[in-house]
Design a protein around this ligand. Structure first.
Ligand SMILES: C[S@@+](CC[C@H](N)C(=O)[O-])C[C@H]1O[C@@H](n2cnc3c(N)ncnc32)[C@H](O)[C@@H]1O
Length: 208
């Protein structure tokens, strides 16, 4: 791992994820979590203040990157909900089958290398009736924006730790055996390049 990935990138990612408009999205998604929660790609822990202490028994904070976990330590230490850190990857998740009530994933499915394997694991660990709550950016339905996303993605991935711009989040969820219960998708931005601003937010459960 080079200097950029070890020291610069975690700082850029956690600053980008801490933008006020992103906090508003977290506020709409994370408080719906209940019971035992698995958060995939915990990052610097920015969802933690949004978990409701009266609904959540424990959060498994899964994050492979030690630099991100170090940034999360202060929030973990002051968290009202119990947190257990799992320093591992979603593709090789060690939690048992049907062991969690809610999976939370925000701004992470863009980055996980094998997103299909990660989502299959998310489905595997959910208890019957459990829900996956998501808020992710991805492929724009606007053809001109999508063409830009495709053009810029190779450089973007190198700059931002493997982050993809063109992932079709609803399609990936369905391909991994989820049925989508609620989906809101919209462009957060009115102007600019709009390459990273198309959002998919909602909830899914294991397809019957
Ligand atoms: C853009 S950050 C988002 C962090 C956090 N979810 C948030 O909303 O602020 C993406 C995170 O996914 C993590 N990640 C990358 N590959 C992963 C994998 N294979 N499994 C789980 N997390 C992964 C990265 O280390 C990073 O912390």
């Amino acid at each position: 791992m080079g200097f950029y990935s070890r020291y610069v990138l975690p700082h850029i990612v956690s600053c980008g994820c801490a933008l006020p408009q992103i906090a508003e999205l977290r506020r709409a998604v994370v408080p719906q979590a209940k019971g035992v929660v698995l958060e995939i790609g915990f990052g610097s822990g920015l969802n933690l203040p949004f978990y409701r202490v009266d609904r959540v028994r424990r959060v498994y904070a899964m994050e492979p990157d030690l630099a991100m976990l170090n940034k999360a330590r202060r929030l973990i230490a002051s968290s009202a909900v119990p947190v257990r850190v799992l320093q591992e990857r979603a593709e090789t998740l060690s939690l048992g089958d049907r062991s969690v009530d809610t999976v939370v994933v925000t701004f992470t499915l863009c980055t996980v290398p094998d997103v299909g394997a990660a989502l299959c694991n998310a489905r595997r660990v959910l208890k019957p009736g459990g829900r996956l709550l998501f808020c992710e950016h991805g492929r724009s339905p606007d053809a001109a924006v999508y063409r830009r996303q495709v053009r810029i993605e190779p450089v973007w991935k190198r700059l931002f730790g493997g982050c993809h711009l063109t992932r079709d989040i609803p399609a990936l969820l369905r391909q991994s055996g989820f049925s989508i219960d609620l989906l809101e998708d919209y462009d957060m931005s009115n102007g600019g390049l709009r390459i990273g601003s198309y959002l998919y937010r909602g909830s899914a459960s294991a397809a019957a």
